[in-house]
Design a protein around this ligand. Sequence first.
Ligand code: SAH
Length: 343
Amino acid sequence: MYNILDFTLEELQSWMKENGESAFRAKQVFSWIYKDVWNFDDMKNIPGTLKEKLKENFNIEIPKIVEVYESNVDDTKKMLLSMKDNNLIECVLMKYKHGNSICVSTQVGCRMGCKFCASTIGGRIRDLSAGEILSEIMVAQKFLGERISNVVLMGSGEPLDNYDNVVKFLNLANAEYGLNIGQRHITLSTCGIVPKIKELADLNLSITLAISLHAFSDEKRKTIMPIANKYSINEILEACRYYMDKTGRRITYEYSLVSGVNDGKEDAKSLAKLLKNMSCHVNLIPVNEIKENELKRPSRKTIEAFEEILKSQGIEVTVRREMGTDINAACGQLRRSYLDTQK
Ligand code: SAH
């Protein structure tokens, strides 16, 4: 059985032809699915014989909503979803003036081992397929009853550790016959897998690339991100320059501020120096505290001082607005706490 959501239009057209059907049926089937009709029997203009064939060969794999947590401080909603094999994943919905945004997971768990991150605690269970990542948006859109126009790949998982599926997902999300989400409205965040950044650059997409930097030196980065043992900051920045040259897109650097670890004035100055000649944007994320470790969020004063130093050096910087702090909205926190309650 295939998950039909893993198919592009071209792939479904080929399947139709190989199975003695007209290619145009593919578009008809997709137009139902992307209108939230998730049952072949309800597709009115599809002949009965084709419906039977479709049912024999395809599932329409929409995750089950296990739970929805709605924040009392803002419009953030967090969804816990159950996949076909009962694995749990989570996604976060955020309402902005410019539209609805979703933060999707790309793997069940993660194997990157970043110290502050809850997603990585049980390791990587498995990759999500392109269609499964897409289905997070579909189920959320149906739940909201509103269109989702922005996607960030910042949920659980390392997108570039699931490269082929993620690239296929980017194509599916962008497809006109499907969700039709503009590439400029998609951000992919990575801990910095250098060869894959270059491969992605060669695709010439207009998506925004975000790099989880979190430290100005390799030495310090290694203490919080194991991937730093594999790729140096210099190699990452070189790959970023390549990405900018190829795509013309400015890069975002994420910097999670952890008290006493990377939040000092010297850290800010060195970071500014490092990024001085890069056309970039720095996103400061005061660390979301999780109960599995001791890492603490810096005081507001420290955060502001850090921001000021970057600004004074001409670096464009924003502090990530805290959203849904009352509902465990940080990466992987929800799945973890749910799994804990099931033990
Ligand atoms: N694997 C991708 C996506 C991760 S989530 C990556 O590494 O970029 C998006 C961002 O949130 C990353 O920058 C990640 O390092 C950061 N992050 C994860 N857990 C966090 C926490 N508890 N507090 C603050 N930032 C966190």
